[in-house]
Design a protein around this ligand. Structure first.
Ligand code: BGC
Length: 910
């Protein structure tokens, strides 16, 4: 494998990805593409302030550049310069509102009022209007069913109304994290509507490629767009601070709409237009030795080259369990087909993939994956609604394809949705049935016969290298550490641990001096799902967000793109990216939908497999997160997901299962929330019964940052690592000092009390070490040294020049920065009379709404990073650091996010 990271190729791939992720929902009278020589009027402030990603850990990348929508269009089309100037002037007077603190940016920005006169003048000056609607998204808060959030603001409505009245051809572009209300399409009837999502630093170019027809759109909706927000089946059970009952059960997204309410759909799952037309003809539909084989012929029947995605759905028999009328069982995308060209797409799947999970015993096979008797219909087409039947297969007898045991069951009674009577139009009436509750003792289940692990000093000190080179087994190696020493490995250090790449989220493994004396490497974790987050301001490429990637339905492209991200991880000595996020888009208001892929678990799982397959050959990986049910950001630490075993297995855990079984996932992050009363980070059924025993997972599991844990029926606590270790959540993220147990966890107290054994600690440490053995850190980062980096873009964020000071006195106070935003960089120059070290003192604080806010500042001396400090929540910090001996010294401060305040800055002699 060529050890080369060529940023030019990386950018080209990211651009292709962004373009393939664009979903065209309307295109009346071929309003798009913009023809050569036409003049475009671009409306909406976000043309200049384009969202390349969301906020929080999923967005804090420092990209070398961001191509805005305006820049992208301008590079390929003639634009209305007068209108552009009007926007530029208005933006100077109405700067972007960054909000107050970490992940607190408002969901939208105030829009410039567009009067009828302005719209009409622009119409007389140009051929087509592009109207940009923008929304950010982010963690720790949800979108709201309000104007300027899920709905358009008044000014956006006014802009649309006036522009659509003035122009015949209007293309509305949605630069948003995830879907928003679309009822305005009927109101204003713009000729074209296009979701471009958040496209990373090449987003503006990618969008322009689609607008101009350089790339024919081929993206498909990864979510159903319903008529109103209230139409989503989760609407009544979302947003509660305490608990949400997943009463809609498995009927999430199109599974609900196609079964119960097809009339409530505005744009179906899988929908997306092209500038050409295609036909889909069934070729064969066979079952051979438990394998379903489908094949269809796709032909480009139009006059422009383009790609098309065929989706295969199954309509299983209702049987005793009740089923969704459509279930995605596979998809395939053609190559670019020239007009008249066709391609046969083949698809194979094991029949067991058509089974349903019986958590009630109705079929006679309790806690089993079951194929109920009856007809299984197969559909193929270009979206869920229009897919046509291409064949069927009869299962003559109900069988269990896998018999399991009850696990992760609810303890609180509630009724769940199930199909009732079939109505004459083919819809099902909604009926409700009680959910089966937990009927076993978790305590009994947790009493395991574990491999016995002893503490034993060997004559020889075995080193990590001995394990790597097979001279000693991992178990023998671990014998030499005391329980207390091993407990340190169950702690991750961060944020911005000095043991690993500056500004990253955490270090794990060799994070004590003692471990390092055995050669155990410290491994590095960095956010996030769409680019590497390094809070010290280091540059990284920014990729299209999760929803955009899923919309491409192009797993080969995703894999290729992530092989580049993998090289960037190698370059920066990062062992695991904290992503992708595999939570299901249960409700369109979830704040983190932008990071996640889809409402469908198969599509989600396939995207994860593609990303992991791109990364693994480079000995880096992705940490799939947040396992499981992080479906709401509001009160994400406490909201209990009350959900049936069936919905967990078929919907909420399914993508993780696919990533484990097919993508060989090695690293998993648990979610903050409890599931059926037990916090994920200490959930034995989730992490041991299901993940490890059923799915055969051998990798590591880490908590989300500063997560809570509990025992069955106990209150949550951040110190209850004994419960975490027992469940096989191997690492607590994050503490400031693992060796001294700075977070005061209860691991050793539990060992002393006899409620936690060395065997259980070793089991976690073994899980961690097995993953570490596959890292570049373990191989001494030789891969980084062998990587040649080509065409690296220039990167330096805007610098404010602070004052120059002569250090004549003992101490000088430096001028404090007036405003600090994300990316602010201030440089002070200090002249000293003579060489000799000086002390640099600083005191900082943050004011944050969120207790998990992570606000960093980095100190550089003569352009070398000295350290990055990350403040958590509402907190303050101060220290004096000793800096360089040179006569002239520059001290540079870089602020990685909003919401930091500097209280004092000084330099002092000696
Ligand atoms: C997020 C995680 C992220 C972690 C580290 C948390 O707030 O939920 O997804 O990886 O922070 O930044």
């Amino acid at each position: 494998m060529k050890m080369e990271l060529d940023y030019k190729k990386y950018a080209e791939l990211a651009r292709r990805m962004g373009a393939e992720g664009c979903v065209l929902l309307e295109n009346r009278d071929q309003a798009l593409p913009v023809r050569a020589g036409e003049c475009v009027s671009v409306f909406g402030r976000i043309q200049c302030e384009t969202y390349y990603c969301g906020t929080g850990s999923g967005g804090l990348v420092n990209p070398p550049y961001v191509v805005t929508i305006l820049e992208g269009i301008e590079a390929q089309c003639r634009i209305n310069e007068e209108l552009k100037q009007i926007y530029k002037d208005w933006l100077t007077a109405h700067p972007f509102d960054v909000g107050k603190g970490w992940a607190q940016e408002p969901w939208s920005q105030e829009e410039m009022p567009v009067s009828r006169e302005l719209a009409q003048k622009a119409a007389s000056q140009s051929d087509i209007a592009v109207v940009v609607i923008g929304r950010t998204a982010g963690e720790d808060q949800d979108n709201k069913a309000e104007q300027g959030a899920f709905y358009l603001s008044e000014k956006e409505e006014m802009m649309l109304q006036n522009v659509c009245e003035a122009f015949k051809r209007v293309a509305v572009v949605l630069n948003v994290g995830s879907i928003i209300d679309m009822s305005w399409v009927e109101r204003y009837q713009p000729a074209a509507v296009l979701y471009s999502w958040q496209g990373g630093c090449e987003g503006g170019n990618a969008l322009a490629d689609v607008l101009t027809g350089k790339v024919n759109p081929s993206g498909k909706l990864p979510d159903t767009i319903a008529r109103t927000r209230e139409d989503y089946p989760s609407a009544g059970n979302f947003g509660d601070p305490g608990e949400n009952c997943y009463a809609e059960d498995i009927y999430v997204g199109y599974r609900y709409f196609e079964t119960f309410a097809p009339d409530k759909v505005l744009y179906p799952f899988g929908y997306g237009l092209s500038y050409t037309s295609f036909s889909c003809r069934p070729v064969s539909c066979e079952v051979e030795e438990n394998q379903l084989k489908l094949s269809v012929n796709v032909e480009n029947t139009g006059d422009t080259a383009g790609k098309q995605t065929v989706q295969f759905y199954c309509c299983p028999p209702q049987g005793k369990l009740g089923k969704a009328a459509r279930n995605l069982i596979g998809f395939a995308k053609t190559q670019e087909l020239a007009p008249g060209e066709s391609e046969v797409l083949n698809f194979e799947v094991d029949l067991s993939a058509l089974s349903s999970y019986d958590d009630s015993g109705k079929t006679g096979f309790t806690y089993s994956w079951v194929l109920e008797e009856g007809e299984y219909g197969f559909y193929a087409g270009f979206d869920v609604r229009s897919a046509e039947k291409i064949g069927s297969w009869i299962q003559h007898q109900t069988i269990a394809v896998e018999k399991l045991q009850q696990a992760l069951a609810p303890v609180k009674a509630f009724d769940r949705l199930t199909p009732g009577k079939m109505l004459p139009d083919g819809r099902y009436q909604a009926a409700y049935e009680p959910v089966p509750l937990r009927s076993y003792s978790l305590d009994e289940r947790m009493k395991e016969n574990l491999q016995k692990c002893v503490y034993k000093k060997h004559d020889e000190k075995y080193l990590w290298q001995d394990v790597c080179e097979g001279r000693v087994s991992l178990d023998t190696f671990l014998e030499q550490f005391t329980d207390e020493e091993l407990a340190c490995m169950t702690r991750g250090e961060g944020m911005c641990s000095p043991r690993v790449t500056p500004g990253t989220a955490s270090a794990f493994g060799g994070i004590t001096d003692h471990f390092q004396s055995y050669g155990i490497p410290a491994c590095c974790c960095a956010d996030g799902p769409s680019g590497i987050r390094m809070d010290c301001g280091a540059m990284a490429f920014s990729l299209p967000n999760g929803t955009a990637i899923a919309s491409s339905f192009n797993t080969a492209l995703v894999e290729e793109l992530y092989s580049y991200l993998a090289r960037e991880l190698v370059k920066n000595r990062v062992d695991t990216l904290l992503g992708p996020g595999l939570n299901i888009h249960r409700d369109p208001l979830c704040g983190r939908n932008f990071e996640y892929f889809s409402e469908d678990p198969l599509l989600t799982g396939c995207m994860a497999v593609a990303q992991l397959s791109g990364m693994h050959p480079w000995n880096v990986t992705g940490t799939i997160k947040h396992f499981a049910c992080n479906n709401q950001e509001y009160r994400r630490h406490t909201t209990n997901a009350v959900v049936s075993e069936r919905a967990l297995r078929e919907i909420y855990m399914k993508a993780f299962e696919i990533a484990v079984r097919k993508g060989n996932a090695r690293s998993i992050m648990t979610s903050y929330n409890p599931i059926n009363g037990i916090w994920s980070a200490s959930n034995y059924d989730l992490l041991t019964t299901i993940l490890r025993k059923e799915w055969g997972y051998t990798g590591l599991v880490m908590t989300d940052w500063w997560a809570d844990m509990n025992n069955d029926n106990d209150a949550p606590s951040k110190q209850n690592t004994a419960a975490m270790i027992r469940a096989q959540n191997d690492i607590y993220m994050v503490v400031s000092d693992a060796a001294s147990n700075s977070a005061g966890d209860n691991t050793m107290a539990a060992v002393e009390a006899g409620t936690l054994s060395r065997n259980e600690i070793v089991r976690c440490v073994r899980n961690i070490c097995n993953v570490m053995l596959k890292t570049n850190a373990s191989a001494g980062h030789r891969a980084t040294e062998n990587l040649s980096v080509l065409n690296q873009p220039e990167f330096r964020s805007a610098i404010q020049i602070g004052q120059t000071y002569e250090l004549n006195e003992e101490r000088i106070n430096l001028d404090l920065p007036s405003t600090i935003n994300r990316g602010t960089r201030i440089v002070y120059t200090i002249h000293k009379k003579e060489a000799g070290s000086i002390g640099f003192g600083y005191r900082i604080h943050t004011v944050q709404e969120s207790e998990v806010a992570q606000v960093p500042v980095s100190v550089f001396a003569n352009h070398e990073l000295v350290k990055t400090v990350s403040l958590k929540g509402n907190s303050s910090f101060g220290e004096v650091i000793t800096l360089g001996a040179e006569e002239n010294l520059t001290i540079e401060l870089f602020f990685g996010d909003n919401g930091m305040f500097v209280d004092e800055l000084y330099v002092a002699r000696g």
